[in-house]
Ligand binder design. Structure first.
Ligand SMILES: [Zn+2]
Length: 461
C-alpha cells in the first residue's frame, strides 16, 4: 500500500479545516486559530476506492477496511491491530419501514450498538489503541513517549510497566470503550471520571481494570487540561485526531452500503439523502464530514448536483441536540459563525450528549452548513417518544441520546427539510448502560403468583 521508507517517513500530518494550517502528530491537537486539527490524508484519499470485498476473518475487518484513508503510519498500525479493536465497526445498516410514517421519510437505522462495548465510541478508541500498540512495538515497550516531570501525575498502576498509556475524560460510553480497547492491546488505560460518578457506571468501566481517577471540581474543564497536558498519556478525547480518524468510518460504512446497494432492505438510491446524528462534542459530526469530503476527493461523491460529475451528490448532514443544552443548534439558528458556550444549560434525559461547551462545536456547525444540512434541537418529550417508537415499533432499545436522531428526523420532516420521498439514516449511537430504574410494579408491570398464571394468561390473550 505504502512505499514509505520507515527510516525516513515523516510524522503524520495534521491540518486545520478552517485556516489550513498544518502541524505534526502527535505534538498538537488544536490549531493556533483555536479550532481542532484532524489528519491530512488528502494525498492518499484521492486514489481511494471502495474495498474489493466484504471483510474476511482476520483481514481488514471493521475500521481497518478504510485504512487507505489514513496517513500511512496510522494506517499501518490500524491494519496491524487485532483483538477487540479489530472488532469495531462493520455495524448493521437496516431499513425500518414500520417507522417510516412516524419519521415522515424512508428511514434507515445504523445500529452502533453492535460495536464491542455497545457504542460508536469503539471506532475511535480502536484507532487510539492501534496507535499506542504501535508505540509499544516500536520502542520495545518503553512506550516511545517522552518521560516528563508531568508523568508523575500518572498514577502508578500495578502492571503498568513501561507500556504506553491510552487515556480519556469520560464517565460514559467513551470511558468503557477506551478501557476495553487499551486492554485489548496490552496498554494502560487512564480514565478521568467526575467524583460523583454513579456506582453502576464505575463498575462498568472498572471491569476492564483501567486506572480510574475521580476528579473533583469543574469536570468540563478537564478536556482542555488533558489537551494541554504534557503527560505520556495518549488522550483520545471526544474530538482528538485519532478518535475522529476512527469515527469517520460510521459515515464511510453508510455510504459504502448505499453505493453497493447491499443495505438490508433495498432497493435504494446510490447515496442517502440525509445522515442524521446526535451531536455533543462535535467529534462524530466532524468525522462524518471528513468522510464525505474524502469521498468527494476520491470522486465517489459529487459535491453538489450542479457539478460535472457522474458521482451521486453527497448526503446532507443533520445534527441533533437536546433542547435543554443546544449551543450548536442555537448558533445554527442565529446564523452565527462560531458556537458560543452555554452558561445556563438545563437538565435533559439525553444527558450524555449535553455538552454546553463542545470543543468541536464550530466544526460541527460547519459540517452541517457545508453539506446543506442543519443543526436542530428537540425537547425531552420528543426524545422519549422517539425512544419508545424505536423500542416498541422496531425493537431497538437505545439510550435517549441515540433516540434524538429519530426525534430530529421527525422535526426535519415536519419542517420539510427532509422530504417524504427521501432516504434518511438515523445513527443509533449506543445502547447505554441499561440500568433499570425501580421495581417492576413501579414500571406498571404486574406480578402474578405461579398458581394464578394460567387464569391470568386466559384473561390477557
Ligand atoms: Zn486553524
Amino acid at each position: 500500500m505504502s512505499d514509505d521508507d520507515p527510516q525516513e517517513r515523516d510524522p503524520p500530518a495534521l491540518v486545520c479545516y478552517r485556516c489550513g494550517a498544518t502541524a505534526a502528530f502527535p505534538d498538537r491537537q488544536r490549531c493556533d486559530c483555536g479550532e481542532p486539527l484532524w489528519f491530512d490524508a488528502s494525498g492518499r484519499a484521492g486514489a481511494f476506492d471502495w474495498p474489493d470485498s466484504k471483510p474476511a476473518a482476520g483481514n481488514r475487518t471493521g475500521i481497518g477496511r478504510y485504512a487507505d484513508l489514513l496517513p500511512s503510519e496510522i494506517a499501518q498500525r490500524v491494519e496491524g491491530v487485532d483483538g477487540v479493536a479489530a472488532a469495531a465497526g462493520d455495524t448493521p445498516l437496516v431499513r425500518a419501514a414500520r417507522l417510516d410514517d412516524a419519521a415522515g421519510c424512508t428511514l434507515w437505522l445504523k445500529d452502533e450498538r453492535a460495536n464491542p462495548t455497545g457504542s460508536f465510541k469503539d471506532r475511535g478508541s480502536a484507532v487510539g489503541a492501534a496507535w499506542v500498540a504501535g508505540e509499544n512495538a516500536e520502542s520495545g515497550a518503553s512506550a516511545g513517549v517522552e518521560k516528563s516531570t508531568a508523568a508523575e501525575t500518572v498514577p502508578s498502576h500495578a502492571e503498568s510497566g513501561d507500556s504506553a498509556w491510552l487515556g480519556t475524560v469520560s464517565h460514559g460510553n467513551m470511558a468503557v470503550s477506551v478501557a476495553a480497547n487499551a486492554a485489548g492491546v496490552g496498554a494502560n488505560a487512564l480514565v478521568l471520571v467526575p467524583a460523583d460518578i454513579a456506582p453502576e457506571r464505575l463498575a462498568a468501566i472498572a471491569a476492564y481494570d483501567p486506572e480510574v481517577l475521580c476528579v473533583a471540581g469543574d469536570y468540563g474543564a478537564l478536556y482542555r487540561e488533558t489537551v494541554e497536558s504534557d503527560t505520556p498519556v495518549a488522550f483520545v478525547n471526544s474530538d482528538s485526531p485519532l478518535r475522529v480518524a476512527g469515527q469517520k468510518t460510521t459515515a464511510l460504512e453508510i455510504c459504502e452500503a448505499f453505493a453497493r446497494g447491499d443495505g438490508a432492505g433495498g432497493p435504494e438510491p446510490p447515496v442517502p439523502d440525509a445522515i442524521v446524528l446526535p451531536v455533543s462534542s462535535g467529534g462524530h459530526a466532524s468525522a462524518a464530514w471528513k468522510a464525505l469530503r474524502e469521498l468527494e476527493n476520491a470522486g465517489l461523491l459529487g459535491a453538489d448536483d450542479s457539478e460535472e460529475s457522474s458521482a451521486p451528490s453527497r448526503p446532507r448532514l443533520y445534527l441533533v441536540q437536546a433542547a435543554a443544552c443546544d449551543p450548536i443548534a442555537r448558533a445554527s439558528r442565529d446564523g452565527a459563525d462560531e458556537v458560543t458556550p452555554l452558561t445556563d444549560p438545563g437538565e435533559t434525559v439525553a444527558y450524555s450528549i449535553a455538552n454546553p461547551d463542545p470543543p468541536s462545536g464550530t466544526r460541527a456547525l460547519a459540517a452541517a452548513r457545508e453539506t446543506g444540512g442543519a443543526v436542530v434541537s428537540v425537547p425531552d418529550e420528543e426524545i422519549l417518544d422517539a425512544k419508545d417508537l424505536l423500542a416498541t415499533e422496531a425493537g431497538f432499545a437505545v439510550e435517549p441520546s441515540s433516540a434524538t436522531a429519530l426525534a430530529g428526523i421527525r422535526t426535519l420532516s415536519e419542517s420539510g427539510a427532509i422530504g417524504s420521498e427521501e432516504h434518511a439514516v438515523a445513527v443509533l449511537t449506543g445502547r447505554g448502560f441499561g440500568v433499570a430504574e425501580g421495581q417492576p410494579e413501579q414500571a406498571g408491570v404486574e406480578t402474578v403468583a405461579l398458581a394464578d398464571v394460567r387464569d391470568r394468561l386466559r384473561e390477557i390473550v
